[in-house]
Design a binder for this molecule. Structure first.
Ligand SMILES: Nc1ncnc2c1ncn2[C@@H]1O[C@H](COP(=O)(O)OP(=O)(O)OP(=O)(O)O)[C@@H](O)[C@H]1O
Length: 382
């Protein structure tokens, strides 16, 4: 959390301000009460002082990425995004009462809890990767717990495209959880560097310290920490309830050579699920979006720097009248007697609609009655 006072909460129509929740590098997060539907929401507001084209680009990308991904059960839900009356872009999100960030140093996670969180977050990341998105900032403070106690991945503030855009030029990192190749600025992010960040995060939750801090509690400078990460010497977590297989999985995720790490987040999840099975736990379900979803929709534009707001579409009377005319014209042009439908094997089946049948019967009856009247009149005239 940033060591500064939170900015003034924005005045938002339809929401009541409650209290500050936290502060990051670019934004403050406040608890608000939404009026309709009534619910508590977390509102992330960009700091006025940092709003420039690059920050707007990151904000737009975060809003779009989270909206695209937040139907995943382990990704924080975003409800809406807009701009406050005083010009600050904001995101309205699901409120999460807690997260591991504050407590993992005091109370490390049990192996069972860490494995469950691990499989959930690995599923979320695998889904993001399949949608072409890299998170690029995996760390304990970006995992939150929902009101129902489940872990969700948050803060896609520096996310970028897997297929690279100008966002990929940006080097951004949280050193204790960053891969050696990111620390050395050889890459801005890859699936392999995410695997490292994920392993380092899981290690932190279990060990109560980040993986390259000295185990004896000695303090190190950021530069010393960078050097230790560059050497990537894995220190096993010595705890009775942490099996060798879990240390081995974490060591693989934090291999110096990216080619020796698990190749996907799904592979990471499977390693953790195998540990769960080994120690008698029911493996946590792997929730990964199907490909049909991952490839649906336009790709996210990571370069958009516009000040965007929701638009209320005007409904023009003239427009709706001309659309009604067009609909009537289309109806008139439709064939009267038959509606054709292709069947599965390509055969076209024509059905006569019952209403048309009724019209035909009525017409036939009318013709019959008229003929009878004419015959009667002719007979009378004789
Ligand atoms: N949905 C939420 N519900 C509750 N608290 C939240 C929520 N989102 C963020 N917070 C709190 O606000 C703090 C700031 O969040 P933010 O996403 O700006 O970034 P950060 O990861 O802490 O910082 P940075 O992005 O600079 O690394 C978080 O650490 C967390 O305590």
């Amino acid at each position: 959390m940033a060591s500064r006072l939170p900015s003034t909460p924005p005045v938002l129509s339809g929401f009541h301000y409650v209290r500050p929740l936290g502060a990051g590098g670019f934004a403050d997060v406040f608890l608000f009460e939404q009026n309709l539907p009534r619910r508590s929401v977390a509102v992330k507001v960009l700091l006025q002082s940092v709003v420039d084209a690059e920050v707007l680009r990151m904000f737009n990308a975060e809003a779009d990425v989270m909206a695209r991904l937040s139907s995943h059960p382990s990704i924080l839900t975003v409800y809406s995004a807009s701009i406050s009356a005083d010009g600050r872009p904001y995101l309205v999100m699901e409120y999460c009462p807690s997260g591991p960030a504050g407590r993992f140093r005091r109370t490390p996670f049990s192996t069972a809890d860490a494995l469950e969180v691990g499989v959930r977050i690995a599923s979320a990341l695998e889904t993001a990767h399949r949608a072409g998105v890299l998170h690029r900032d995996i760390k304990p403070s970006n995992i939150l717990h929902t009101a129902y106690g489940t872990a969700v991945l948050s803060d896609f503030g520096i996310a970028s495209s897997l297929s690279h855009s100008s966002a990929a030029e940006l080097f951004a990192m949280s050193v204790p959880w960053s891969a050696p190749e990111v620390i050395e600025e050889r890459t801005t992010g890859t699936v392999s560097s995410e695997v490292w960040g994920f392993g380092a995060t899981l290690y932190s939750l279990l060990a109560g310290r980040t993986p390259f801090e000295p185990a004896n509690g000695d303090k190190v400078t950021t530069e010393q920490l960078r050097q230790r990460i560059r050497r990537a010497k894995y220190t096993p977590i010595v705890r009775a309830d942490v099996p060798a297989s879990l240390n081995s999985a974490l060591a693989q995720m934090m291999s110096l050579d990216p080619r020796k790490r698990p190749q996907t987040m799904k592979d990471c999840a499977e390693l953790l699920r195998a540990v769960q099975a080994e120690i008698g736990l029911t493996p946590t379900a792997l929730e990964v979006a199907v490909d049909a979803w991952a490839f649906a929709g336009a790709p996210i534009d990571f370069d958009n720097t516009l000040l965007r707001q929701p638009i209320v579409a005007p409904v023009l009377a003239e427009d709706s009248r001309s659309r009604a005319r067009a609909r009537a014209k289309a109806r008139a042009a439709r064939p009267r007697e038959a509606a054709a439908q292709p069947s599965d094997d390509g055969t076209t089946i024509a059905r006569v609609k019952p209403s048309h049948l009724w019209l035909k019967l009525s017409a036939a009856a009318a013709v019959g009655v008229a003929a009878a009247v004419a015959i009667m009149a002719a007979l009378r005239a004789l």
